[in-house]
Design a protein around this ligand. Sequence first.
Ligand SMILES: Nc1ncnc2c1ncn2[C@@H]1O[C@H](COP(=O)(O)OP(=O)(O)OP(=O)(O)O)[C@@H](O)[C@H]1O
Ligand SMILES: CCCCCCCCCCCCC/C=C/[C@@H](O)[C@H](CO)NC(C)=O
Ligand SMILES: [Ca+2]
Length: 582
Amino acid sequence: METDLRLESSLWIGNKRYRAVLTGWHLKWTEADKKNGDKKTVSVPVAEVVGVENGRVEILPQKSVEDTDKDFTGGRSRSTYGLLWSLGRTQFSCPSRVLRDQWTNHLRTALKTHSPLRPHRLLVFINPFGGKKKGREIYHSLVAPLFELAGISSHVIVTERANQARDHLLKKDLTGFDGVVCVGGDGMFSEVLHGLIGRTQQEAGLCETDPAVTLQPCPLHIGIIPAGSTDCVCYATVGVIDPVSSALHIIIGDSQPLDVCSVHHASTLVRYSVSLVGYGFYGDVLAESEKHRWMGPLRYDYSGTVVYLSNRSYAGIVQYLPADPLLSSPKDKTRCLSGCNVCSRSTERLFPHTSDSGSLYSSHFSQYSNDSEGEWVSVEGRFRCVSITCMSSSCARSPLGLSPSAHLADGTGDLILVWDTHPLSFLKFLYRHTSTQDQFDLPFVEVHRVKAVRFSLPDGREEEVHEGIGELNRAIGGEEREYVDTVSRNGSQQQLAQSVVERETMNEHKTVAPILCGLCCKKTPAVSVWNCDGEILPFTEIFCRIHGQLVRLYARGIEDAAAMQNCSQESDKNKSRCITYK
Ligand SMILES: Nc1ncnc2c1ncn2[C@@H]1O[C@H](COP(=O)(O)OP(=O)(O)OP(=O)(O)O)[C@@H](O)[C@H]1O
Ligand SMILES: CCCCCCCCCCCCC/C=C/[C@@H](O)[C@H](CO)NC(C)=O
Ligand SMILES: [Ca+2]
């Protein structure tokens, strides 16, 4: 294969002559008319070539093609500064048209051969109302031209309502698509996540509602073009919020597996999460921020302040199933970076090459109370917040995230327990998220690497929940119903998932009732709500299980930014070698 693709000839870039060689994995060109010691070589891995077109092509900001006989243009993804990528474009001139055609054909074949995960056809959902409402503009001006250069055909749907993307993925024909791209924020990603996981389980005949079932990993990749308010999933898997960098990761077919947490209540599936399942502070902030959506991304800062000042803590019982402490620890001060060893070893553990793949986990979860690999641990008390995160959950506000040493794809989540404490101590904890100071190095904070978590209220608290809701309903004239009514009325799992989401909207006043009581009626509520990747859950008592590597993103994890930055400070010669061979 390597020898079939090899091609070598003289090429011109501008008025300089180069000796160019395609070796299969790399395209290299070396200055031809200089003494050996002064010759510079540029080496581009074929895997990072975006596309090749005949003629002299300009791509951004607007595409233009000058159709010449002997020229071709190559686009490559290039690290401009640290984790930020841009499109590098080089126009080559050949001695003849025949040679030009040979170059473009060889390069295109090399792309197919050496980057098997490159998408050919993508389904794109744009949320026109996410973040600063720039989704459409971002896609059409920054992303579509790159997809076109890469020869990717995309079917674009601009959503007209919430949950349209999820419903489409659950019901419509997806034949021929290699991946699904969402242009929006974490909420839009969550829609795609639910649609794809649900569809995959439907087709595999698996019951999503049963937490003991080993779910089937999704065959389609997910790409995220960030255009939301927090864009935490993009930040934590790419390292920057930049639509062009994300588009380039999609084009070259980068593949990053991701753990997913399924959240259940009384034998029903409530939602999936990849980032934060948080009770207490983070739940309250979300509930408060929903009232101020009009503020855009600023609503979180405003609500964070309001909730902090209301100084709340909540009683609860947390039970958790610890992960194997020999594999990794949330306090080991490591970072999950591109090519992470802990995640790679987990791939072998999660998908062993046996005929009975997944058996380890299905047997492991068949009896929660009698687990053979570890014992459930139970703690009870008052908490400022209880958070479960499958990944670091880093974002612009908190560059190292909720749990800086969490792994994207190790099959575990980190449980962070913040016990009730003095308001200033809690502020210290929050503030440490914005710096490199260790937020776990505080006497009222615990962190555990876990496989499953159960949260329940101390005896008698459920009644207080209903009292709180009743109180508010009486105040606003709503009617009181049991949560579980709606759940038991639905037969199929898919209807169930949908009904839960729809019910959240319908009964929002009930789910946020305790919070509103706290803020408006100046009464500290007995219970908080759960924030599940930016959505409020309609239940307080939940069970969470982490499913290792259930989905794959078009991303490669965080590259070691320090190394990349050192790279960009080196000489040109070293720079190209460093970026190329890293
Ligand atoms: N056309 C639409 N009209 C109304 N809501 C929509 C539409 N399309 C998608 N949505 C919903 O909008 C919600 C928020 O969208 P999105 O996540 O893109 O932006 P965001 O909330 O600003 O960002 P983030 O989630 O990163 O904080 C999502 O939960 C999604 O279900
Ligand atoms: C006095 C300084 C206080 C600063 C407090 C900073 C705390 C930042 C922690 C940010 C964590 C973000 C976790 C991500 C959650 C997402 O899943 C979710 C959906 O987008 N976002 C939100 C805001 O709930
Ligand atoms: Ca994880």
